[in-house]
Ligand binder design. Structure first.
Ligand SMILES: Nc1nc2c(c(=O)[nH]1)N[C@H]1C(S)=C(S)[C@@H](COP(=O)(O)OP(=O)(O)OC[C@H]3O[C@@H](n4cnc5c(=O)[nH]c(N)nc54)[C@H](O)[C@@H]3O)O[C@H]1N2
Ligand SMILES: Nc1nc2c(c(=O)[nH]1)N[C@H]1C(S)=C(S)[C@@H](COP(=O)(O)OP(=O)(O)OC[C@H]3O[C@@H](n4cnc5c(=O)[nH]c(N)nc54)[C@H](O)[C@@H]3O)O[C@H]1N2
Ligand code: SF4
Ligand SMILES: [Mo]
Length: 886
């Protein structure tokens, strides 16, 4: 069979790893796909993490949206485009341009993003287009603009390898940017780089670090103000850099002294032992090559922008910027968060790093020949959906994001969308929480089918290339927007036939009347031929026409402010806007290693879904005990705006008084654990408009179900018994854990209309109900319920889904739930690259007396690909040794 290998880029995180995708061309749609890391890509040099490695699991047709739908009915593209164009135009006619809005995403390609932004800001006459980057990078963008005069990240990935100290602030790099973390760990091996982590939780990034500051949430600005004071007092000042290349130190230092006069004061505010603060300050003081990496623990805060500037301030004071191995580094989350910033996807930006100054508006107007140029910023995400709620925005088009889950205040947002006149959703997946609220659903091309560019955390533009045909009637987002623009009447300004066509215009705008004033300039790429675009190698920006290629920025000490000087920004840390009331805990939220956001794609992969099978609330042992919660039990969680049910994980990795929930689960995967329903949208950064997503007062109590159970099924069904359920992908189908109150539910009520003949087993005295559905000896589904807790393991039953027909012994044993022959149940997956479960790991460690990660790797391969599971393997080894001694 012939095979084809295509160079492309991973669709998940902002590391932007190069992927070599090989398709077996067997004539059927797509054929089978294998992926490996691209050894020639500068970001990953051949490696992939667990999510990248398991990409082929997400490429099937299962769950895809395959044709347009208008008002619940299948429609042709012509009808759908006409409906979108018609409804947007009518709304504008009746209620003015500001009555429509687009809410887009850092998961669009640059070409998609450019066209959407152009349509709204140049042609619809409003700047009401905002992006989920508002929830993600907005504070970094605002902080960069204040400090550098431009939103341009100074460092490159190599700087992580050249640094002697890496400080991770509010970044779980080990799980969220795994390949970068691997690069950091490799550098540590080679040159003893030191790593300090500032995070309220003991995350996987703390494994292998030299210091962990388990800081009180929301107090990072005080920590860095204190550091500024400490450095100034110790004379660790790059006097020449400060004098020639910066402005504003005096006022900034004054503010910092008032805010953080002493180490003791900082320690008290941050709730840290003073020795830890001293140790961290000393490390920073004595190491010139420092990269400070920061992410959502900093950005997603009502003082995110100030915290970003508090970090930039210490780098300016010490002149640690623009040279090898040093600088502040905001790592981007989404694959094209950076590209979105280039095209001006945020409501307060214009394209190509321009803003709403009159000459900038005029420049973009002339370049686009735009008839209805927006002249003032549009609504930022939180305000945008409030405007929908209040009826000021009457038509909203959501593209490549799932706000019904990821926006704070998602409960109210859902109600707002329900009553909104026109809701359009473009997604590659048919059934999402947001998609359910849409009048018009547009099938978008997915990864493997789409074609264009993305820009990663260190400003490297890479090609995402299509290597399979479009599924069903799915179309690329740039194409969809282009058709709508033409149908509204802007055909001339939207002549695009290919992504290359869009890219050239984007590149030309970046250079238009630039003259070195704007950081983002890729003028050198404006004349690429289609063939050159096709083969474009990873290309960092800036890349000015005729200029020298630049890699690291600010090497000459010049910044993008009017006078070329970096700006110190005075920062006064503020107390948290939300305080805990008695008995409540503080809810933190974020990511798990193997899921991507709202799970629409990673949730399709059995391997990825086995690492964290259910939504889990992490809680400190003391808080658990006080509430009667047990590890593995269930908890009911409530905030002022919503409630949830989740599995409990008791862990010392949490600070007392704080709990953590993953952001990933949706109504499609569990009964009730949507993060956006728990967090309100009241606390917002005043400069960036980024909502505070990491701190919400919450009460937690035990949920003691009267019965528990599970359902194994080929179809993805959603129970509606009102209690707890959570579904995950397994090979050949789905495993749904169940729990509920009251009497055992009626089996017929929970039957979901499964096909096949049924076999039942019940034992009233023990409160047991079991049923299996079979067609011609093929297992369709099986349901096990118990009022007494005793349930069999799921492993063997799940394996039966992969059998075309059950053998007689298996059929006989089916309703006992126990394999007729002994087998190892893998249990929860630890290594997702090689599918090694906790049970196999423990068995091997015990029987073969394995004592190191290397030995485990030799025996089971676990941990030898991406390495993200190494911290967990270490824990398992430590546990096994502890048990052995005891
Ligand atoms: N596996 C996986 N990787 C991803 C993603 C994913 O969904 N899954 N998403 C991508 C995206 S879009 C993004 S934005 C990035 C996010 O990457 P990260 O920002 O690293 O991830 P988070 O888990 O959101 O939050 C990071 C840490 O901030 C800590 N934190 C909370 N409050 C505070 C505080 O007040 N101070 C400090 N110092 N820390 C605090 C949390 O405990 C958490 O460990 O990940 C990207 N990579
Ligand atoms: N409480 C809390 N909330 C958070 C966060 C947090 O840490 N805590 N993190 C925030 C952050 S940093 C982020 S980035 C957001 C992420 O939140 P979202 O953006 O809402 O999450 P995704 O699941 O990535 O949504 C992407 C959607 O686009 C679809 N999609 C994928 N590819 C394409 C494509 O090419 N075209 C189209 N049209 N659709 C596509 C997917 O199927 C999916 O439905 O969540 C934010 N919300
Ligand atoms: S680190 Fe993992 S998720 Fe991020 S781009 Fe690389 S392979 Fe993809
Ligand atoms: Mo993000």
């Amino acid at each position: 069979m012939s095979e084809r290998t295509v160079r492309t880029t991973c669709p998940y995180c902002g590391v932007g790893c190069g992927v070599l995708a090989t398709v077996a061309e067997d004539g059927s749609l797509g054929g089978s796909v294998t992926v490996r890391g691209d050894p020639d890509h500068p970001a990953n040099k051949g490696r992939l993490c667990s999510k990248g490695t398991n990409l082929p699991d997400t490429l099937g047709l299962e769950g895809r949206l395959l044709h347009p739908e208008v008002d619940g009915r299948r429609a042709t593209w012509d009808e759908a485009i006409a409906a979108v164009a018609g409804r947007l135009s009518q709304t504008i006619e009746r209620h003015g341009p500001d009555s429509v809005a687009l809410y887009v995403s850092g998961q669009l390609l640059t070409e998609d993003y450019y066209v959407a932004n152009k349509l709204v800001k140049g042609f619809l006459g409003t700047a009401n287009i905002d992006t989920n980057s508002r929830l993600c990078m907005a504070s970094s963008v605002a902080g960069h603009k204040r400090g550098f005069g431009a939103d341009a990240v100074p460092v490159t990935y190599e700087d992580l390898e050249l640094a002697n100290l890496i400080v991770l602030v509010g970044s779980n790099l080990a799980w969220c940017h795994p390949i970068l973390h691997q690069r950091v760990l490799a550098a540590r091996q080679a040159r003893e780089t030191r790593i300090f982590v500032v995070d309220p939780r003991r995350t996987a990034a703390v494994d292998g670090a030299d210091g962990h500051l388990a800081i009180r949430p929301g107090t990072d600005a005080a920590l860095f103000n204190g550091l500024l004071v400490h450095l100034a007092d110790r004379g660790v000042i790059d006097a020449r850099f400060v004098a020639e290349n910066t402005a504003g130190l005096a006022k900034t230092l004054e503010a910092a002294r008032a805010d953080a006069p002493s180490v003791e004061q900082v320690a008290a505010v941050c709730d840290l032992p003073a020795e830890q603060v001293v140790a961290f300050y000393a490390e920073f003081e004595t190491t010139r090559r420092v990269v400070t990496v920061y992410s959502q623990g900093v950005n997603q805060s009502s003082q995110g922008t100030d915290t970003v500037n508090a970090i930039l301030n210490v780098h300016f004071l010490t002149g640690r910027i623009g040279q090898p191995g040093m600088g502040p580094f905001s790592v981007t989350g989404q694959p094209n968060a950076m590209g979105g910033r280039e095209v001006g996807g945020l409501a307060n930006q214009l394209a190509a790093h321009m803003g709403f100054e009159p000459e900038e508006v005029d420049r973009v107007r002339r370049f686009w020949n735009a008839p209805a140029m927006a002249t003032k910023p549009g609504l930022k995400a939180v305000d945008l959906f409030r405007a929908v709620d209040e009826g000021r925005v009457r038509a909203v088009w959501v593209m490549a994001t799932n706000p019904a889950v990821s926006m704070p205040g998602a409960g109210r947002l859902r109600q707002a969308l329900e009553k909104c006149e026109t809701v359009i959703v473009s997604d590659c997946i048919a059934d999402t929480d947001t998609g359910r609220l849409a009048h018009i659903r547009l099938p978008a091309a997915g990864w493997s089918e789409k074609d264009g560019t993305v820009t990663n955390s260190d400003r490297t533009i890479s090609r995402q290339r299509a290597f399979r045909p479009l599924s069903g009637e799915a179309r690329p987002d740039w194409w969809i927007v282009t058709q709508v623009a033409r149908a509204i009447g802007f055909a001339e300004a939207f002549p695009y036939e290919t992504p290359a066509h869009v890219f050239r215009e984007h590149a030309a705008l970046s250079a238009f009347e630039n003259g070195g004033a704007r950081a983002f300039d890729i003028g050198d790429l404006a004349d690429l031929t289609d063939a050159e675009f096709e083969t474009l190698a990873p290309a960092p920006w800036p890349r000015r026409l005729g200029g020298e290629p630049t890699r690291r920025l600010y090497t000459d000490g010049r910044f993008f402010t009017a006078d070329g000087r970096a700006r110190f920004v005075p920062v006064t840390s503020r107390p948290l806007p939300r305080s805990r009331s008695t008995g409540s805990l503080m809810l933190n939220s974020g990511r798990l290693r193997d899921q991507w956001h709202t799970m629409t794609r990673t949730g399709l992969s059995p391997r990825l879904s086995a690492h964290a099978p259910e939504p889990c609330l992490d809680i400190h042992p003391a808080d658990a005990e006080a509430r009667g919660l047990t590890d593995g039990g269930l908890a009911r969680i409530a905030t002022s705006v919503g409630t949830a049910l989740a599995r409990v994980r008791v862990t010392e990795a949490q600070r007392p008084g704080e709990v953590f929930l993953p952001m990933h689960w949706t109504d499609r995967f569990t009964g009730s654990c949507v993060i956006g329903r728990l967090v309100d949208d009241e606390a917002v950064d005043p400069v960036s408009g980024q909502p505070d997503l990491k701190r919400m007062p919450v009460t937690v109590e035990a949920y003691a179900p009267a019965w528990t159970g599970f359902l194994i099924t080929r179809e993805a069904v959603e129970p509606s018994h009102g209690g707890y359920w959570s579904r995950r992908a397994v090979p050949g189908g789905h495993l749904i854990e169940l729990a509920g109150e009251g009497a055992l539910p009626d089996l017929d009520a929970l039957a979901f209309g499964f096909a096949g003949a049924t076999v039942d087993y019940s034992d009233g005295a023990r409160g047991i109900l079991r049923r299996a559905w079979l067609t011609h000896d093929r297992l369709e589904a099986c349901l096990f319920l118990s009022a007494s807790g005793g349930l069999p393991g799921r492993g063997w039953l799940v394996e039966l889904l992969s059998a075309e027909a059950l053998e007689a012994p298996a059929r006989r044993a089916l309703l006992s739930g126990r394999s007729p022959v002994p087998m190892v149940d893998e249990g929860r997956t630890v290594c997702s690259c090689f599918g090694v479960g906790i049970n196999r790991l423990v068995a091997a460690i015990q029987s073969q007396r394995l004592t190191t990660v290397q030995e485990v790797g030799q025996a089971l391969k676990a941990g030898t690909n991406c390495g993200s599971c190494i911290p967990e393997i270490k824990e398992v080894i430590a546990d096994a040794q502890r048990c052995h001694v005891a």
